[in-house]
Design a binder for this molecule. Structure first.
Ligand code: G3H
Ligand code: 13P
Ligand code: ZN
Length: 284
């Protein structure tokens, strides 16, 4: 199937009361794991490429791999730029065939974030590409901040209303207590804040840093209207643990195909689990 935009998978999700998984890919095995998992679960899926993925694999390889994988299945697939921070790169991604882009201006002052995100929306919308923006600072689990400091980084509901009205983004990534990378402590989500944002804002709500968020918290966030969850860390962990276990058990093996296959299988398994948890399994 041809690539589709976020709207085509997130609008049915909002109506159906479920969320769609957005999984980060950096190489062929993980692209295949994501698409095969989605096909076997009959699930819509979002494959996303970060700045690191683009540096590692190159835009042309990412697009070619995702198109090749999506071409062989009947489920809807979105190819999404994750955390784009450079306007020109966003345009390049659209030209290369991404069906969706994130412009992350969360490090900019609000006015500049709004202005830059709006510029991206104007160009993307003209060619049917969806846009995710970010407001508030999601950060990493390694960031050493106090509770008060973290609170100050969370998305302000009133600002979210203004941001969405003025930019007209399709989706909004919010900071409500999740962080990128492995958690040292169980994350505490600010549900009242999430609920307030959801009630006030028309755009789809996105949670980044969803790896390691307990299942019950994910279910609660789905019930409050989150329709896109980003997962990277748990795929990396599953992949590396399986490859490492294989290599320890087979130290003489020098065939990369045999070494990487267990990594792909483990990635596929965790992706399927997340699809069932988000409720998108069976919804393609
Ligand atoms: O949002 C962060 C993702 O986990 C991507 O990380 O830039 O190392 O690929 P990365
Ligand atoms: P995790 O690596 O914590 O799953 O976060 C992924 C993410 O938010 C990508 O944008
Ligand atoms: Zn993220």
């Amino acid at each position: 199937m041809n690539l589709v935009s976020l709207r085509e998978v997130l609008e049915p999700a909002a109506e159906g009361g479920y969320a769609v998984g957005a999984f980060n890919a950096n190489n062929m095995e993980i692209v295949q794991a994501i698409i095969e998992a989605a096909a076997e679960e009959n699930s819509p899926v979002i494959v996303q490429a970060s700045q690191g993925a683009i540096r590692y694999a190159g835009l042309d390889f990412i697009v070619a791999m995702v198109k090749a994988a999506a071409g062989g299945v009947k489920i809807p697939v979105v190819l999404h730029l994750d955390h784009g921070t450079d306007y020109e790169q966003v345009i390049r991604c659209i030209r290369y065939g991404f069906s969706s882009v994130m412009y992350d201006g969360s490090q900019l002052p609000l006015e500049e974030n709004i202005a830059m995100t709006r510029r991206v929306v104007e160009i993307a919308r003209a060619v049917g590409v969806s846009v995710e923006g970010e407001l508030g600072k999601i950060g990493g689990t390694e960031d050493d901040v106090t509770v008060e400091e973290r609170e100050a980084l969370l998305t302000e509901p009133a600002e979210a209303v203004r941001f969405v009205q003025e930019t007209e983004v399709d989706a909004l990534a919010v900071a409500v207590g999740t962080a990128h990378g492995p958690y040292k402590f169980e994350p505490a989500l600010d549900y009242p804040r999430l609920q307030q944002i959801k009630e006030l804002v028309s755009a789809s709500i996105v949670l980044h840093g969803s790896s390691g968020v307990p299942d019950e918290a994910i279910k609660k966030a789905v019930a409050l209207g989150v329709t896109k969850f980003n997962i990277d860390t748990q795929i990396r962990q599953a992949f590396v643990q399986a490859v490492s276990a294989y290599m320890q058990a087979n130290p003489e093996d020098i065939d990369p195909r045999k070494i990487l296959a267990p990594g792909k299988a483990a990635a596929k398994e965790i992706i399927k689990e997340k699809m069932r948890l988000f409720g998108c399994a069976g919804k393609a």
